[in-house]
Ligand binder design. Structure first.
Ligand code: SF4
Length: 418
């Protein structure tokens, strides 16, 4: 049962409850004046809220702008310069604001605000690359996913044209000042499956000059061999958002994805990519993700999706449905936390049962979703051997990766000086 005591002792439960209920900001809060990040509508409609850090280094993005958040039992207060989450007036937990770096207030050499090129989602840099997803411009009728706000956002928070130089400039600033270790590219659907061709020049430059981890979230390319090539050039993560496992609801909520690719092809791409780990450069880790949105279908269906994704060796990414203002589903209700707990508990347990490498990547905290390892606190199962193994992997990989980053940066600097 969720009550004040359970929330006080479990930041992961609070993170989940805040996704579902949002928070009201008391007049005492001065987010930007206190060094916090401006509230932006970014990333496929999931990151509309307040970026904050709960105890236990749980980075989160709390809904504040949507109507449902206006009736939340949670409020945020500022006292003596510190922030506190309260539930119906009672203190629950202190939170920190996710720091706003200086580069958030700077422009590229071409004069674009850097935050229109990329934004921090927790501690990594997210870049929505290229023009608006074509489902938003399709004639005679738009076929965009009904929860999505990308077509509403572009031109507001995101620049629609981002050159390689501009993106590199922002990545360098984010690496220098925010210490990012990972860059995530996200595109919509484009006729001719051009998304991977568009992204490749950016990926090659990042790998050559900075060596950072890079992820790619696009529709599933018709030629699956293209993912072998991504693996070869050092991409570290491919993610396929099929969103919904229930076929009928998938068709209804994601009409563009249904007509263009179909659910089965999304699943095939995940299955295929999950096999590529042993094929590429040994010093570049590889992960295939299947992404779903919990709260748009019955919890049992989300759990079935998690079980399917993990069964093929991929890691699920599970978002909590957020009815964003301006989207087709803006009047829908967000999910109940009680329904979400079994889904996120299963996320952790399924990954541990399958021995998947969760929580290993260095320095990555994600604000838009509950990561599988963050859901440990929702389960009473203990996987001692697997936990110990993941702890060792995290330490070893973290050390190797830092060395590699230094080497790549030094080599690039030396090549520039020569
Ligand atoms: S594929 Fe769907 S979720 Fe992704 S950008 Fe297009 S409309 Fe939005």
């Amino acid at each position: 049962m969720i009550n004040l005591e359970s929330l006080r002792s479990n930041p992961a439960l609070l993170k989940l409850d805040l996704y579902c209920k949002g928070i009201r900001m008391d007049d005492s809060c001065f987010i930007e004046e206190d060094g916090g990040r401006k509230i932006m509508r970014t990333r496929a409609g999931l990151g509309s809220g307040l970026e904050a850090i709960l105890p236990g280094e749980l980075w989160t993005n709390i809904p504040v702008s949507e109507p449902f958040a206006q009736s939340s039992p949670f409020t945020l207060h500022r006292e003596k310069g510190k922030y506190m989450v309260r539930l119906e007036g009672a203190d629950v937990m202190p939170v920190k604001l996710s720091p706003r770096p200086h580069w958030y207030d700077e422009a590229t050499a071409t004069g674009k605000p850097m935050t229109r090129i990329g934004t921090l989602q927790g501690t990594y840099l997210g870049v929505y690359q290229a023009k608006v997803c074509e489902y938003w411009t399709q004639k005679p009728m738009k076929t965009n996913c009904k929860f999505c706000s990308v077509g509403l956002n572009l031109g507001v928070d995101d620049a629609d044209d981002k050159s390689v130089e501009e993106v590199m400039e922002v990545i360098r600033a984010a690496r220098r000042e925010s210490g990012i270790t990972y860059v995530d590219f996200n595109t919509g659907h484009y006729t001719g499956d051009t998304y991977l061709d568009i992204l490749e020049p950016y990926i090659l430059r990042i790998k050559k000059e900075l060596g950072l981890l890079v992820g790619v979230q696009t529709p599933p390319h018709r030629d699956l061999k293209r993912y072998d090539h991504l693996r070869e050039i050092g991409v570290n993560r491919v993610s396929f958002c099929f969103e919904i496992f229930d076929r009928k609801i998938f068709e209804e909520i994601c009409p563009g994805k249904h007509t263009e690719y179909g659910l089965d092809y999304y699943l095939e791409a995940i299955r295929y990519c999950a096999t590529l780990g042993s094929k590429g450069p040994a010093d570049e880790p590889w992960l295939a993700n299947g992404e779903i949105i919990a709260g748009l279908e019955p919890a049992e269906s989300s759990i079935a999706a998690i079980d399917w994704i993990t069964s093929v060796g991929a890691v699920p990414t599970v978002c909590v449905f957020r009815p964003l203002v301006g989207t087709d589903l803006e009047d829908a209700a967000p999910p109940e936390t009680e329904e979400m707990i079994p889904v996120f508990r299963r996320l952790y347990e399924a990954c541990m049962e399958r021995g998947l490498p969760i929580g290993v990547a260095p320095g990555i905290h994600v604000s838009l979703v509950m990561l599988p390892d963050e859901c440990r606190a929702l389960s009473d199962k203990r996987y001692l051997w697997q936990s110990a193994k993941l702890g060792v992997m995290k330490r070893v990989f973290g050390r190797q990766y830092e060395r590699k980053l230094r080497r790549v940066e030094e080599q690039h600097a030396a090549a520039g000086a020569a």
